[in-house]
Ligand binder design. Structure first.
Ligand code: PLP
Length: 396
């Protein structure tokens, strides 16, 4: 890596991330290249964003065409790309209305505001939301409060109140935490950043039942799981339930910054003026997201992700059989974690970088794999070989 870029980072950029030591310059499909020309298989996908691969021509064309036509007008006016995106999202989900914003955190902020407004309007001012321990909902203050991980909160107290955190995968804990002030339960269908925690078979349908019995809204944060990542267009489809409110970002835009929250008509308590955004739903990002969504739907990318996910799972389980330090392999679709008995993540990541495989160091003893959904079977096999060598080198 050129020392020039590294020193510019330390001189000019806030130190908030321990970056890996390469400058990524370009990408194509599942691969990216650094400034030294070294090639990597990218199993981070910009943190589950590049679902249709890097530099997909469909996206490039949509962005270029829209940039030549109209970038932004504000929501004071109708724009065609925004309404086309709204249509494709609603027509392909169980939800009725959408609001488009700019990130996952913003989508969750909007969803939380919507639930609180619903409580004010329909439930005697109920405003509390039950969320799960080990969840991750974003970095704004409201989402820091919603997130069930104290280390994201401690440095920023006082944080907004009104969230109760319970064990994930424990319906009894939700039942116990519910009171007359509870308006919603907010969950990731499968926890991503919290360690790729897969819910047990009936958990989400039990939560859905409890919400129905108690007039609670079920908010699903599908920022990471949405748009094919779990092997269906939306994660909720894997669990045969429907949320009242769903949030999206990451894979929704295929690489452009965009988020959205969708709601059933019955949950849509907003009135004009309750919420808004200058850039949310702008012509450029909605045109790009529409192109990405249409590509995913027209080519049934989620079903292919399921087949490829099964292949990756089989390969990872084989590694677990042959390498003692791997204690667990878990995930769904093309979102997987490999857990180790020791804190060897930094060494595994360093070795994998050298071998040309990029992965996410999620915990000191856990790595996350989330390739573009367009990854090929050969690329999965290549990545599995590199991962095996990276772990063996870290333990030899
Ligand atoms: N929700 C989930 C489930 C996420 O995984 C993330 C980011 O990792 C967010 C929300 C926050 O999204 P963003 O970083 O776009 O604000």
């Amino acid at each position: 890596m050129s020392t020039d870029w590294k020193s510019k980072e330390s001189q000019y950029y806030m130190f908030l991330v321990r970056r890996q030591p390469m400058v990524i310059e370009r990408g194509e499909g599942t691969r990216v290249w650094d400034t030294d020309g070294k090639e990597y298989l990218d199993f981070t996908s910009g943190w589950a964003v590049n679902n249709i691969g890097h530099a997909n021509p469909v996206m490039a064309e949509a962005i270029a065409n829209q940039a030549k036509t109209l970038l932004q007008t504000s929501n004071q006016f109708y724009t065609i790309p925004q309404l086309k995106l709204a249509e494709i999202l609603v027509e392909n989900s169980c939800l009725d209305k959408v609001f488009i914003c700019n990130s996952g955190a913003e989508a969750n902020e909007g969803a939380i505001k919507l639930a609180k407004k619903y409580g004010k309007k329909n439930k005697d001012g109920a405003h509390e939301i039950i969320t799960a321990l080990n969840s991750f909902h974003g970095r704004t203050m409201m989402n820091v409060a919603a997130t069930g991980q104290p280390h994201y909160q401690e440095l920023f107290t006082p944080i907004p109140t009104g969230f109760t955190h319970v064990e994930f995968n424990d319906i009894e804990a939700i039942k116990k935490a519910t009171n007359k002030n509870t308006v919603a339960v907010m969950l990731e269908p499968l926890q991503g950043e919290g360690g790729v925690n897969v819910p047990s078979e009936n958990y989400l349908s039990d939560v859905r039942k409890w919400c129905d019995q108690n007039d609670l809204l079920l908010i699903l944060d599908e920022v990471q799981t949405g748009f094919g990542r779990l092997g269906s267009l939306f994660g909720y489809q894997q669990f045969n339930i429907e949320p009242d409110i769903m949030t999206l970002a990451k894979g929704l835009g295929g690489g452009v910054p965009i988020g959205a929250f969708l709601a059933k008509d019955s949950a849509c308590a907003f009135e004009p003026g309750d919420h808004g955004s200058t850039f949310g739903g702008n012509a450029l990002t909605t045109a790009a997201a529409h192109a990405s969504c249409k590509y995913i739907i027209d080519n049934d990318i989620p079903s292919a992700a399921k087949v490829k996910g099964d292949h990756l799972q089989a390969g990872l389980l084989k590694l677990m059989d042959s390498i003692n330090i791997i204690t667990d392999v878990r995930g769904m679709g093309l979102l997987w974690a490999v857990e180790f008995a020791d804190e060897i993540t930094p060494k595994v990541i360093e070795n994998a970088n050298n071998l040309g495989l990029l992965m996410n160091p999620t915990r000191p003893n856990l790595i996350r794999l989330m390739p573009p959904l367009t990854v090929s079977i050969d690329e999965l096999d290549e990545a599995l070989n590199r991962l095996e060598s990276a772990i063996q080198l870290a333990t030899s």
